[in-house]
Design a protein around this ligand. Sequence first.
Ligand SMILES: [Zn+2]
Length: 378
Amino acid sequence: MKSILSIILLVVAFFAALPFIGNKTTTPEVKHKLDADGNFILHEWVPSHTGKGADWDYNLKPVQVSERVWCFFGAMEMPTKDNAGDMSNSCYIKGDDAWIAWDSGPSYIFASQAYAEMKKIADMPVKAVIISHEHDDHWLGNSYYKEVHHATIYGPSVINENYYGPRHIDGKDYPGMQTRMIKALYQNAIRGTTLPRVDKSFEETTKLNISGVNMEYVKVGYAHSEEDWFLYLPDDKVVLVADVVMNGRVTSNRDGIVIGQINALNAIKSRDWEHLVPGHGFITDKTAADESVQYFTLMKDRVLEKMDDGITADFITKEVTLDEFKDKDLYWVLSAGNVFRSYEELEMFDEDDLIDYSAEGADTDTSGEDSETQEDAA
Ligand SMILES: [Zn+2]
């Protein structure tokens, strides 16, 4: 009886599978079963719910850092529903007739509420947004500045390579990518947020003058992420560095490299500044980068030393701890992971990978070439 049943099942399964046998490509009649690249959609996207409740109130208060620079400082936490992604720092620079935004925060609503605060200080549009790196707590506000202010977005080219927004192809709408922030936040914080493309990217360090503000957009390359940049304002003696510097908390080096971080910190040190705004953290005086310098230097030296002693990767997080930082926020969440990942990188360590910015004749450009000057490029 059992064997008859299994034969019947096999026959049924065979006929059910028949349309697929020898059929390498399925050509469904219904067009919407194919995605933009012509691949069969197994799990169809449904439009996200935007809800009807009031917008999340980020309760933003700008802090003046220098004569022309104000910043919004985020919580010392990982992104959560409770902080609605407000856990990184973003700034505004006051130009002659426009604002320039440095990093745009975690959502459309965040950016619109930040602008509402800045408008009270000076009623000017946002002409340009300059982005430090691809992590989505730093640039998902771009959609607000694009849609409402038609701002020019300057940023690393990897943003356009690694992220895509909603697309309309052949009469059909395809949703944009679901980034960490889009997945994590409540709909009343993230709704309206899309992923617009970066308008202008540069190969190397570039001097800009936007609305009368002289800026140097400095490429530090692979450091905290695949492509990091910082913004130096020479006339203001301010440097906005985003996540290559954090203070009061331990960094997440999940996408970064130790040697790239050390080089980035040295590039920052080689500029003349009075105020530094980190990507996360509240210290903005001349000591602002000290914790990051200490963290990466100690990690590099300790991991290399233990490697010399023959410690294998499996035991490195037992052998190397950064006890000096154990009272800092996120130490227990992130530090062991940073040490573990550094092992693989430092196995290939070559002293020549460290760039000496203090060496005589060293060019302050990471490119070592003359930087391009873009007068009022926006
Ligand atoms: Zn980051």
